[in-house]
Design a protein around this ligand. Structure first.
Ligand SMILES: [Zn+2]
Length: 427
């Protein structure tokens, strides 16, 4: 133990802290590196008038946690000098604050950034464990450094405005509306709103500065009329509203699932156990994916499709519809093809898509707006998967401001708080 507390020699350049020199450095008994530093900066500007002050004793000693050195917890011990103003009434004193820390802070700026960087794609509890800092202190730091709503000055252009909802708890009608912006594949979070009422969404849309509203190229959302109408009413009809292609796909694949369940139930009651068991490989394929089969899988599907012509027909129709979306049609051609598809379904024996066809016909315009510039809302979907991860990770974040901060941190944190310039692509 004794040898551990011998003086260490640590060059001041290593610290990355300006205006200080190291007066002593030790390794403490509990394996912390303790660096005592003193200010080399003589000026202290008066906190009231900003004029230089005369030296006047010292302020309270500070212990600031800094970046670890070789994995060891590192503490900067520092007693800032104080100055007294000769110009101001009652000669107030000012304690010097150097550029690398805030007044009364317990961490250096560099360490604060290290904490925020650690929090990207992580949890307060996790960072608490790794750094030995209470979660509440970390949240306090997040509040200090990360806005809890969008700073419009940082958004040059909105581009594709995505709007979608997530439920906070499984099975609860407790929705959050997430509004995002996408320009050249860069995603930004614009807002997290509680609920999904049209009036509230309209309120947010109206709060977007007029100049920025003009930069919206399209609004992309699901088939929820509240979102669509809010966008129509605020942005008038100049901005096309695009129905998220993947929401449409979810609807018709939902029809397939329902049909499959019905048909399998029927077959289970009609077939012998052995015969039904022999269909298992085919069932597995249909559960796994609805559209892309290789030759072997096609063969395995035959026995099932032979027993259920409606299943066979429905899967074929679903494939056809996806095919239309996958082709690079212009909008009029897409409208024509989808209309033909609807006719085809109506003439077939398949009734599983009846409800879906109603929706498709009602919203054909916004659904086929997809073909104008193929705004694949896959980004909304991909982003939603990200959100699901945040939600799972941050189980218990019911404060929407905190939610906004954490989404922002996940999207921007690497860029903002990672200093290694050799890595430039984080996506
Ligand atoms: Zn003064």
């Amino acid at each position: 133990m004794e040898q551990l507390s011998k003086d260490l020699v640590i060059p001041v350049e290593l610290l990355g802290l300006s205006d200080v020199e190291i007066t002593s450095s030790k390794l403490s008994r509990n394996d912390e590196i303790i660096l005592c530093v003193k200010s080399t900066k003589s000026e202290i500007a008066c906190h009231r008038c900003g004029k230089p002050t005369r030296p006047h004793g010292k302020g309270q000693p500070l212990r600031l946690r800094h970046l670890p050195i070789l994995g060891k917890r590192t503490i900067i011990v520092f007693t800032p000098p104080r100055g007294r103003c000769e110009h101001c009434d009652k000669n107030p004193t000012t304690t010097q604050t150097l550029s690398w820390h805030d007044r009364n802070a317990h961490h250096t700026h560099a360490y604060e950034e290290h904490l925020l960087f650690s929090l990207v794609h992580s949890t307060l509890a996790d960072v608490e464990m790794k750094e030995g800092i209470h979660a509440g202190v970390i949240q306090h730091l997040v509040d200090k450094r990360i806005n809890n709503q969008v700073d419009w000055k940082s958004i040059q252009s909105i581009g594709l405005l995505g709007i979608d909802e997530i439920s906070l708890k499984k099975g609860y009608q407790d929705y959050l509306t997430i509004v995002t912006s996408k320009v050249n594949n860069k995603l930004s979070i614009l807002s997290v709103l509680r609920g999904r009422e049209k009036s509230m969404i309209k309120g947010f849309f109206s709060s977007i500065p007029k100049k920025k509203q003009k930069t919206i190229t399209a609004v992309c959302c699901d088939l929820y009329v509240g979102y669509m109408n809010a966008a129509k009413e605020v942005f008038s009809y100049e901005v096309p509203i695009v129905t998220d292609r993947f929401h449409v796909a979810k609807l018709y694949s939902g029809c397939l699932v329902e049909l499959r369940k019905r048909e399998l139930k029927r077959l289970r009651s009609e077939l012998s156990t052995e015969d039904y068991q022999s269909l298992k490989p085919a069932i597995r394929i249909l559960v796994k994916c609805q559209e892309l089969y290789n030759e072997k899988e096609k063969k395995q599907l035959q026995p099932l499709f032979k027993l259920s012509s409606s299943l066979k027909a429905a899967y074929r129709l679903a494939r056809q519809l996806t095919g239309i979306f996958n082709r690079k049609h212009r909008k009029p051609k897409a409208v024509k093809e989808i209309t033909q598809w609807i006719d085809g379904v109506s003439q077939s024996e398949v009734t599983a898509f009846d409800g879906f066809i109603n929706t498709l016909s009602t919203h054909l315009d916004t659904i086929t707006n997809y073909f104008i510039s193929r705004h694949s809302s896959g980004f909304v979907e991909g982003f939603n998967n990200k959100l699901k991860v945040i939600k799972r990770r941050c189980y218990g974040i019911y404060n929407i401001k905190h939610f906004f901060q954490r989404i922002f941190l996940d999207l921007e944190g690497y860029r903002l708080f990672y200093k290694n310039q050799s890595i430039t692509n984080f996506s």
